[in-house]
Every structure is written in structure tokens, then in C-alpha cells.
Ligand binder design. Structure first.
Ligand SMILES: *Cc1c(COP(=O)(O)O)cnc(C)c1O
Length: 368
């Protein structure tokens, strides 16, 4: 049996240090606003190549707080438009809505599943204030083309880096590719906590300060509240765990790339489309290894019968969700095709070569 993602195996591989740092925090008597958070923020900022990192409660809050801050700082106004890829996980879109802004859904390019710079350009209106890029599945967006549109129209560029820890574009890491970025450290991400956690990275000092205040009840000093904030903080326990895991992130991403190479070299099946490999191998960290097939559901059943667990990212596109009913009339053929044909093969830095081989053989034995 090959599981899609074996979190227990991943976390066991950090023992005994993992239990050691958890124990240390438990016994310290100090759980919020401490050394572990301060140190993790500094190290993660340096890792991404930015000046500021603010730890928050989860990835959705990280993105929400960026937009809330832009509104709070007067850089955006309620009802302003943010262009976002239509095929993203719904959290990207919810973050825009929660800040009182209007998501405008943009088709991706089929080859990359990332936002199409050409379609982005067509969607810019008088009210467009920002574009959110999502480095979906761990593949970095082609930022030069996005930046050209953003510069021409004076747009803020916000990155959703929830699937993109450690990926880089032309030598620069995700988290440093726009004006601000939101990270998720949900347990299953490439850098995962033991529960919910997230972070905002940016070079914008004013923004970092505002995010920090809004994440802590809009407070500038204890019991002083100039802004309407929320409560969304990274805690000491998660920061200590993330600090330990950050040391191995590059190595884990390299193993993911190695597995992706084994998949692409081993899978030979005319009914299955493999993901396009990037010339620059640093441009993908394979949070998800995607294959595509018009017979996706049959392939998934076939794999399951062979003991291989595959998942779908994602079965229902955002504009077909009840939560976004006002977008239901949109025709987004590329997005809809991705949701119809995508299948995610098992992927984890702890997969063994034997397991990878088992997956390859199971995929190759599918004949529709
Ligand atoms: C996981 C994820 C999020 C949300 O992160 P949470 O920590 O679960 O709130 C946002 N965007 C994308 C693309 C994600 O994959």
C-alpha cells in the first residue's frame, strides 16, 4: 500500500529532536510572543530573502491580513478588484473576500496551471489594485510576465506561497517575488507544523508592522487598539517545530524533485499526460505531483485497486462552489479541464524508491 502522504512517517523522521523541542516548549511555561517565534521569523525571512516575516495562525489568515492591511493603510478601498487564478484552492479567493475586496477570476495556462499573464492583462480594469499569484502544486509562476502587467497598471503583487516553500524563480525565492506573500504551514505542506500555522513575508516595513498589529487585535501596544484587528498568531510550539524542520527543507525539496524525475522517466502511458518539467529545476518543489487524463476517475480507481492512493487537487473549481454562487455563470474551460482531469500521485520526501516503482508500475498498467 502506498499512501498519498504519510505524515506520521514524515514526523517520525524528525525524532528524537521533534519531541525534544515540543517538550522544551511545554516545560518552558511560555507559549506566545517568545524566542521561538522571534527566531523562526528571522530565519524564515532570511531563507526567503526578505527583510520581514510575521508569524500568523494559518495560511488563509496570512493572505487575509495582507489585504486587510492594504485596506487599513488606505492603499486599497472596499470593492477594489484583485485578480486571482480561477483554479486555485478556494482559500486564496476567500482571503480577498474577507478583506472586503472583489476577486476577479483569471484562467491559468494549461501547461503550468499557473495564472495566464495574457488573460491577466485582459482582465485589468479601473478598479484593479492587485494580482494574486499562486505557485500552484509547487511550480513557481513566470513572474517576469506578471510583473510587466503589474508595473504597467500599478498593481500590488501578492504571492500565495502555501504550496511553494523554497521554490525559486531566477535565483530568487518565493516569498520575495512580489510585494508581499502569504505562507501556510498546514501539516501536509512542504514545511508543515503540528497543526495550523502561517506567515507573511515582505520587504515592506509599513505593511509588516500593520500585519503584526492586525493579527494581534489591531493593537500597537498592550491595551491600545488603533485598528480593528483579529487574533491570528504563530505560537511558540509551532515555531519551535517549524524551526527544526526548516533546516531540512531544501534537502526534502531535492528528494521531491528526485521522485518527480523518477515518475516522469518511468511513466509511459499514452492515456496520461505528465506535468511539464521546468528547465530550471529550482522552479518546482513538487508539493503535488500532477498527472492528467480524460479517464482520471477510472485511473484513480485502478490505482486504488493496486494499493496506490491518489488524490484530486481539486475536484470542484471555486466558481462551481456554493460559496461563490455569483461566479457560477463564468465559462472557464482551462480551469474546468484541470479539475476534471487532474490526479495527484503519492508525493513525500519519505517515499522509498520501491514505493515510487510500485506507483509507476500501477500507472503503466492502466489501459483505460
Ligand atoms: C493550504 C493552502 C492555503 C490555506 O492555508 P491554511 O493554512 O490551510 O489556511 C491557501 N492557498 C493554497 C494554495 C493552499 O494550498
Amino acid at each position: 500500500m502506498v499512501n498519498y502522504l504519510d505524515l506520521k512517517r514524515i514526523n517520525d523522521s524528525f525524532e528524537p529532536e521533534l519531541s525534544g523541542v515540543v517538550d522544551g516548549v511545554v516545560r518552558s511555561g511560555w507559549y506566545l510572543f517568545g524566542e521561538h517565534v522571534r527566531r523562526f521569523e528571522q530565519r524564515f525571512a532570511r531563507y526567503c530573502g526578505v527583510r520581514h516575516c510575521v508569524g500568523v495562525g494559518n495560511g488563509l489568515d496570512a493572505l487575509t491580513l495582507i489585504f486587510m492591511s492594504y485596506v487599513s493603510m488606505g492603499r486599497m478601498r472596499e470593492g477594489d478588484e484583485v485578480i486571482v487564478p480561477a483554479n486555485t484552492y478556494i482559500a486564496s479567493i476567500l482571503a480577498i473576500l474577507r478583506a472586503g475586496l472583489k476577486p476577479v477570476l483569471c484562467e491559468p495556462d494549461w501547461e503550468t496551471c499557473n495564472i495566464s499573464p495574457r488573460r491577466l492583462k485582459e482582465l485589468v480594469s479601473e478598479r484593479t489594485k492587485a494580482v494574486m499569484v499562486v505557485h500552484l502544486y509547487g511550480r513557481v509562476c513566470r513572474m517576469d510576465e506578471v510583473d510587466a502587467v503589474a508595473r504597467q497598471h500599478g498593481l500590488w503583487v501578492v504571492e500565495d506561497c502555501a504550496q511553494a516553500h523554497g521554490v525559486s524563480y531566477k535565483g530568487k525565492k518565493a516569498g520575495a517575488l512580489g510585494h508581499a506573500a502569504g505562507f501556510s504551514f498546514y501539516p501536509g505542506k512542504n514545511l508543515g507544523a503540528l497543526g495550523d500555522a502561517g506567515a507573511v513575508t515582505t520587504d515592506d516595513e509599513e505593511l509588516a508592522g500593520r500585519v503584526r498589529m492586525l493579527a494581534n487585535y489591531g493593537s500597537s501596544a498592550k491595551y491600545v487598539h488603533p485598528y480593528v484587528g483579529i487574533n491570528s498568531r504563530l505560537d511558540e510550539l509551532q515555531a519551535a517545530v517549524l524551526g527544526l524542520k526548516l533546516d531540512r527543507l531544501d534537502e526534502d525539496n531535492a528528494r521531491r524533485r528526485m521522485i518527480a524525475r523518477k515518475y516522469t522517466e518511468g511513466i509511459k502511458n499514452p492515456i496520461i499526460i505528465l506535468p511539464q518539467m521546468e528547465k530550471d529545476e529550482e522552479a518546482h518543489v513538487f508539493h503535488v505531483f500532477t498527472v492528467f487524463s480524460p479517464q482520471r476517475d477510472a485511473l484513480r480507481r485502478h490505482l486504488s485497486e493496486r494499493g496506490v492512493q491518489a488524490l484530486v487537487h481539486y475536484p470542484i473549481p471555486p466558481h462551481r462552489q456554493g460559496a461563490l454562487a455569483e461566479y457560477a455563470g463564468l465559462s472557464l474551460p482551462v480551469t474546468e479541464r484541470i479539475h476534471r482531469e487532474e490526479l495527484s500521485l503519492p508525493m513525500s520526501p519519505l517515499l522509498t524508491d520501491e514505493e515510487v516503482k510500485e506507483v509507476v508500475e500501477a500507472v503503466n498498467s492502466f489501459n483505460g
